[in-house]
Write a protein that binds this ligand. Sequence first.
Ligand code: 17E
Ligand code: FE2
Length: 420
Amino acid sequence: MYDLLLRHGRLLQAGGTIAAMDLAIQQGTIVAIAPQIEAPATLELDLQGQLISPPFVESHIHLDSALTVGEPRWNQSGTLFEGIEIWRDRKQSLSLEDVKTRAVETLKQQAMQGVLFVRSHADVSETSLIALQGLLEVRDAVKDWITLQVVAFPQDGIYGSPQNDYLIETAMEMGADAVGGIPHYELTREDGVKSVHRIFALAEKYDRLIDIHCDEIDDDQSRFLEVVVACAMRTDMGSRVTASHTTAFGSYNNAYAFKLLGLLRRTELNFIANPLINITLQGRTDTYPKRRGVTRVKELWQQGMNVSFGHDCIQDPWYSMGTGNMLDVASMGLHVCQMTGTAEIDACYDMVTWHGAKTLNVSDRYGVEVGKPANVIVLDAHDRYDALRRRATVRYVISQGNLLAHTDAPKPVWHRDNAN
Ligand code: 17E
Ligand code: FE2
């Protein structure tokens, strides 16, 4: 007797093949996948040909600031820097309860839309470390239905004020999964370089992942990615390292970008673009032509680098919009990065699923395969293209073998009764 049996699904496998399959789950694990499974189950769902996919991965979000839009004021300029100023005021009034309530609410919003793996940044440049403490408590509280990783992120810079270096190391001791940074926001170029070295030293000392907000600016002279690449090569940590945003990469001259792409090929560095945020925060100092402010997603992907897409924000000082739906993110990425070829469209879907799992270093327990934890979603879609084009409804979310959420398919009704 299985716990859960999915019948008549169409299983999307890594690489894109799709095959008609039933899928059986027992004690939180996928135990059988076959064209027809004949056995009783406690719960049976007839999928009627809908698409079975591994869950969405949110590889970059700030849960500590989510759902604070307008507090204490709206970001009128729309710049990264005004966002940081507003957050500096808002974070004065953080409490554990405040952080945890908003974070769990946001995670629920995302989980209901099929997200079961999340990496969140937690600002560790306020002395109480409440944002970090809150998200670490949430990580534990939600672990039965969603996997949360927490990055210790020094929003105001590691060397921006005297206590921040101590705070980020304390965050490691408290159990953050990854160490973050913001070299382009440090006071000087030298401080930025020093911060990258410090981040690698902390990651090695505490055996943690790295995820750096890197070159999130339109300045073509912001060149911290090369420092990250050099450190990754020398420490051989590449697959455990992520460069987030790297928007300046979109502004580098081609000669330099070409050199950098060559260096990158020698690492297994992960990249995260946040298309909703990059397209709105960047380009703000341009008149026309106005840059898109997004990293070279297509070129990175073409040469085999692992690239994923994240939200970055849901209703916070940097971005007032956001729904938690990863298909919105992937769709914006598709447009802004001009990923319109057939393989490119499919890649945009992979950037919010498999590639995100690789970024989070959870590939070993991710994917719809016999023996893996039963984290599975069912989309009202035919294939990846159809899912993206229509922002298909996630009908069922199955987390660790349990039905976590379901959404009925929208059913528009046509009221004009004649042919024209
Ligand atoms: N902080 C930052 O430095 N950059 C961002 N995009 C967000 C917060 C959302
Ligand atoms: Fe971010």
